[in-house]
Design a protein around this ligand. Structure first.
Ligand code: ADP
Length: 408
């Protein structure tokens, strides 16, 4: 045999060996597939593989359609919707977002958040949401219209961040107008009311020897004028607090001392109705950072209500406790209580529970709204607990000094 023949035979042997190896490994692969799928033979395996490919195609088609549908839906929204990728580049922005931010249609996708919004604050909100899961804010857009936009950002459970933008310029304009209107109206009403008040006071003095009927009428004028004056003052107060023009005069406040003083101030008023005011306070609690006059105003409002909405006779309790970095103050009364459905609503402005229940004890419905604003501006919270008909407890919680609270 010459060397060419030997080479030919070796090559043939290698080829044969390789073919056998491929056949064996294919057989093994088919066996493995058969084991995994429970198929009975190679045809069955093939059928199953084809079916799996079809299912995958179907799933991809559905996913694409859902994507198109979501895009279509977001185009119908008047709110701006923006989706950012993990690296904070814009993946998608609907038309409303382009209009709100005054960008040409279709120019936001692919840009970084900073480039797309031209506003570091919106990018900052998106970044916070990326880190903590959610973030909200309100910004005035740097554009010709200067729209005021609220931004709600949520980290997507899949990837990136969703932003929802809402144009609240008109709402804010109307709120400003309302605040200005109330401010002006209250000022205008105050002057004639002061005059009527003084006149009623003088008339009451002059009428000491007049008939009981006349004295009674004058006294009613005095009472109603007092109501009106209180209403106007509360309106003015609330509109100032809401518009943020009230500056808190911050100091360390001892809530035990404040509770004692307020109870003292209202004791006579309560006793006239046969009610006692008891204190349930420790010797001392850590101070809170706050405006003593404003916090005093809250306690006066709560105690005033406790007396107003309680039957004659009974016990009102003012309590203070310190707990885990917070100081809690409560006012418990034995009064008519607040129905469950009204518990959250009584803190809204002008809200009053069924007026028929408290005929003759009318107020403005603004007191609790003022309380809530004051407490929240101190970084605290306030709520009411009550079982209808068996009294109410109004509770407020404020952070201890140094544990968060009002901005200095
Ligand atoms: P006002 O007392 O001037 O009506 P508030 O804002 O202080 O306004 O209170 C709102 C409403 O909440 C009251 O009209 C009353 O219906 C209810 N309310 C407040 N405090 C009490 C209380 N201690 N007991 C029962 N109802 C109360």
């Amino acid at each position: 045999m010459d060397s060419v023949e030997i080479l030919f035979i070796v090559a043939l042997a290698v080829l044969l060996g390789w073919s056998v190896a491929v056949a064996i490994s294919r057989g093994r692969a088919i066996d493995r597939l058969r084991d995994a799928t429970g198929a009975s033979d190679a045809d069955d395996v093939e059928r199953m593989v084809r079916k799996a490919i079809e299912d995958a195609d179907d799933a991809r088609w559905h996913a694409e359609q859902t994507g198109h549908d979501t895009d279509y839906l977001t185009e119908l929204l008047t709110a701006g919707v923006v989706r950012l990728k993990d690296d904070l580049t814009v993946e998608f922005a609907n038309s409303a977002a382009h209009v709100m931010l005054e960008r040409k249609p279709g120019t936001m996708a692919g840009r970084s958040a900073l480039e797309a919004f031209i506003d570091a604050r919106i990018e900052g909100i998106a970044r916070s949401a990326m880190e903590s899961g959610s973030a909200n804010g309100e910004v005035t857009v740097r554009s010709q219209s200067g729209a005021t936009v609220t931004v709600r950002a949520r980290r997507s459970p899949v990837a990136g961040v969703w932003l929802v933008l809402e144009d609240v310029s008109e709402l804010r304009r109307l709120q400003r107008m309302r605040a200005e209107f109330i401010d002006n109206l209250s000022h205008e009403l105050r002057t004639p009311l002061t005059t009527i008040s003084l006149l009623a006071e003088t008339a009451a003095r002059d009428a000491e020897s007049a008939s009981p009927r006349l004295r009674d009428r004058i006294s009613k004028i005095e009472i109603e004028t007092g109501h009106l004056t209180q209403m106007v003052n509360e309106l003015l107060d609330l509109s100032r607090i809401e518009s943020g023009t009230v500056q808190l005069m911050l100091d360390d406040v001892d809530l035990v001392r404040l509770a004692r003083n307020t109870a003292e101030r209202l004791r006579l008023f309560a006793e006239r109705q046969g009610l006692t005011i008891d204190l349930d306070v420790p010797d001392r609690v850590s101070p809170v950072r706050g405006d003593e006059d404003r916090l005093g105003q809250v306690l006066v409002n709560l105690l005033h209500n406790a007396v107003k909405f309680s039957p004659d006779g009974g016990r009102i309790v003012v309590g203070v406790r310190e707990d885990q970095g917070e100081v809690r103050v409560w006012v418990r009364d034995p009064g008519i209580g607040v129905p469950y459905a009204d518990l959250a609503r009584i803190f809204e402005r002008f809200y009053k529970v069924d007026r028929a229940r408290v005929r003759g004890r009318g107020g403005t419905g603004l007191g609790l709204s003022i309380c809530r604003h004051v407490v929240e501006s101190h970084g605290g919270r306030i709520w009411a607990e009550s079982e209808d008909g068996s009294g109410s407890t109004f509770i407020l919680v404020l952070p201890q000094a140094g544990q968060g609270g009002p901005v200095e």
